[in-house]
Design a protein around this ligand. Sequence first.
Ligand code: OOG
Ligand code: MG
Length: 263
Amino acid sequence: MPLMKNKEKDIIKFLYNAECNAQEIVKITDQYPKLTVKEAYSLQHGLLAHKIYENGTKRIGIKLGLTSKEKQKMMGVNEAIYGYLHSDMIAYEWEPIEYSPLIHPKAEPEIAFLLGEDLQGEDVTARDVISATKYVAPALEIIDSRFKDFRFTLADVIADNCSSAKFIVGSRWVSPGAIDLGNIGMVLSKNGKVIATGSSAAVLGNPVTAITWAVHQLASKGEGLKKGDVVLSGAMSKAIAFNSNDSIVAQFNNLGSVSLYCE
Ligand code: OOG
Ligand code: MG
């Protein structure tokens, strides 16, 4: 039986309050083990509407998740996921990230795509994605699952807007035609020590492939990307946990670097 509307509202409030109070919660599937991926996306959409209503945030793009074969294997799935980026998730390199409003944050190196045109349709191709992209830029996504110990099922993480919390886009913006998007190397350091390396090839072979997939998913729901949207294309290495006083730097070949400091 599909989730009843009143149950949906309760779950959305449960997730929203966990985020507002920086308090981890039990998984939704502990109580609703039959929650489907389709219902989870509906919860995610409802959560976006709830946030827009409650705190006036705006939808400013999307983020992709589980784009590497490794992460998909870990979750026992063979598909990526997507969530919404909101205006109140934007953070800046020059402004410390506050630890206290977060639960157990992790940072992920990603490539951000900044769109210069709308992009919608089930027939959108990788070429269309590139031509609609005005710039690509280095980015750090801060994920902060609302679930206890960062453990969840696929349906849980989708409902929780794919663990989205904050993101930082670096200051070097490059035309997508100027670099080989499927072959960008990356070195991630924490407090001056290299902690992971990765490549944009880990993102479904090429982040453009991942974005094309997401555009098709959105199209099947009558949605699309808009001029000015930001798209975070998916983690290029494992996510790195951080705490107060930690600094993290991701350096990308041909794309400069982006950093965060947590206070
Ligand atoms: C889900 C979000 C994953 C990515 O880039 O793979 C994600 C999670 O691992 O908590 O944002
Ligand atoms: Mg991510």
